[in-house]
Design a binder for this molecule. Structure first.
Ligand code: GLN
Length: 239
């Protein structure tokens, strides 16, 4: 975080990657940071604007194939997100945003080059993965069961330099076995929902990474616990 202790959160490319309501992740992070007394500076950076290098958390959402390919081209040409990751900024990327963190992905029948910020690549699956997604999170992250909603045609294959975010218990995620990936302070997932409203502990993990704090004051999570409970109960017995 900056010396003035402002938490700068950037929602990247709302003009291209905003199809699936993932902007809610920005609202959740800003709210949870504010309730801990942090001064939050949220901003939205469109794809025709330069990506600021000095922010603390960068968020990317899901998108359709065409806008996803354009987003990757523009992020690569801009170079700001790569520089931010080199200074250990936090990145939380969902679905299309997650796929374009890798080396390559498929969009509209063509292989497109990604940002290579995570050691993974995506191709097309035999069918579209649509529905509830759940899984047990990497124990090193210390989080409860992941819950989300997925909607993607791509399948993602992880290289040795990333770890899966979770082992799938419901749905497809990367490939029916694992879901999402993380390395350092870059974390991607197929979970919409938006993901951080269903997984507030994941929101707090990103806040801890960004602030360097070991612990954060607990919050009243009655409503998100209710939402989690509802969604996890709805898929019980489907495994
Ligand atoms: N276009 C990508 C796919 O279908 C990502 C979709 C999404 O972001 N929900 O795999």
């Amino acid at each position: 975080m900056s010396t003035e202790s402002r938490l700068r959160i950037v929602w990247l490319y709302p003009d291209l990657l905003s199809t699936y309501g993932d902007r809610g992740n920005l609202l959740i992070l800003a709210r949870r940071a504010h309730l801990r007394g942090l001064t939050v500076e949220p901003s939205e950076v469109r794809s025709d604007q330069p990506v600021p290098v000095e922010a603390d958390i960068y968020l990317l959402g899901g998108g359709e194939d065409g806008p996803q390919a354009l987003a990757a081209q523009r992020l690569i040409a801009d170079g700001g997100l790569r520089k931010a990751v080199e200074r250990r900024a936090v990145v939380f990327a969902v679905c299309a945003g997650y796929q374009l963190m890798g080396a390559s992905f498929f969009a509209k029948g063509q292989r497109c080059t990604g940002l290579e910020l995570l050691d993974l690549s995506s191709d097309r699956g035999p069918s579209r993965a649509v529905g509830e997604l759940a899984g047990e999170v990497d124990p090193d992250l210390g989080l409860p069961t992941l819950t989300g909603f997925e909607n993607h045609g791509g399948r993602t294959h992880l290289g040795p330099d990333v770890r899966p975010l979770a082992r799938v218990s419901v749905g497809v995620g990367n490939d029916g076995q694992t879901e999402g990936a993380w390395s350092g302070t870059v974390l991607g997932t197929y979970s919409h929902g938006p993901a951080l409203s269903r997984n507030p502990a994941l929101a707090d993990l990103l806040l801890r990474w960004a602030t360097g704090r070991q612990t954060l004051e607990p919050l009243d999570d009655t409503w998100s616990d209710r939402l989690r409970g509802e969604r996890l109960t709805a898929v019980k017995g489907t495994t």
